[in-house]
Design a protein around this ligand. Structure first.
Ligand SMILES: [Zn+2]
Length: 250
């Protein structure tokens, strides 16, 4: 019952995140502007804004101009809904930590898709993420905070060097700022796992894209989505990875 409600809540938030993703890179007003079809510019009615269902009932096309609607809409809504349910299994839904958890997760999703589509990470998303992380850090003791602060600064310094060496061709400066926040969020050793998974999956994706000729050696692939993939994996499986790693030396 509760899981169902949280899933529906996630669908609605996911629908809002789609609006943020579409409008933030263009500087459009996120709240005070009615949603419209990207192709025929007609304003959408309320029943065309129902998450997932409207996409299914319309067969994935605009009701007026029949333009194909992006898969981003239902996929984002479902990923948000499922993510919220998974978070609710680990964090007490009635605690402020749950709000922080869904805010952090939502911001990671927004950064993931905007970076994938536009190869930028808007500063506003990073500042919001930083604010939430600082709030989460308030109740922690100094001893609990230190590994997170060192991870953030360490990951940031490492990426800043990479950015200097590759002269911004391999990585964007947005990635440097993002890893500082990832370090703050995950602490040690999870940050190391996150970066490792990001480089590994990024390299695999790069090779696949090159083989399928979608990308040449020089073309840039956004690295943010891989960093976020690594972060979520490290957050979920960090403990198991750490046990496995330690087990190698016993
Ligand atoms: Zn249309």
């Amino acid at each position: 019952m509760i899981a169902g409600l949280i899933f529906l809540f996630g669908l609605v938030i996911g629908s809002f995140l789609n609006v943020v993703i579409d409008r933030l890179p263009h500087g459009d007003n996120i709240i005070w502007k009615p949603s419209h079809c990207d192709f025929c510019k007609k304003h959408l009615r309320w029943f065309e804004l129902v998450p997932v269902l409207s996409f299914l009932f319309q067969g994935g096309v605009c009701r007026r101009c029949s333009a194909r609607l992006s898969w981003q809409y239902p996929v984002m809504e479902i990923v948000t809904g499922v993510g919220f349910v998974l978070l609710s299994l680990h964090v007490d839904v009635l605690s402020p930590m749950f709000l922080a958890a869904i805010a952090i997760y939502s911001l990671f999703l927004v950064i993931f898709v905007i970076d994938l589509k536009h190869q930028i990470i808007p500063d506003s998303t990073l500042l919001l993420l930083l604010s939430v992380l600082l709030l989460v850090g308030v109740p922690l003791s100094a001893a609990e905070r230190i590994p997170h602060i060192i991870s953030g600064l360490g990951a940031g310094a490492f990426f800043f060097l990479l950015w200097l060496v590759t002269r911004g061709r391999g990585l964007g400066f947005g990635d440097v700022k993002l890893v500082v926040l990832i370090g703050l969020f995950l602490g040690y050793p999870e940050t190391v796992f996150a970066l490792y998974i990001a480089f590994l999956t990024g390299a695999i994706a790069g090779v696949i894209l090159m083989i399928t000729k979608h990308a040449k050696m020089k073309s840039r692939i956004a690295f943010g989505p891989f960093l976020i993939l690594g972060t979520l994996s490290a957050y979920v499986w960090g403990d198991k990875l750490w046990q496995w790693w330690l087990g190698l030396f016993v």
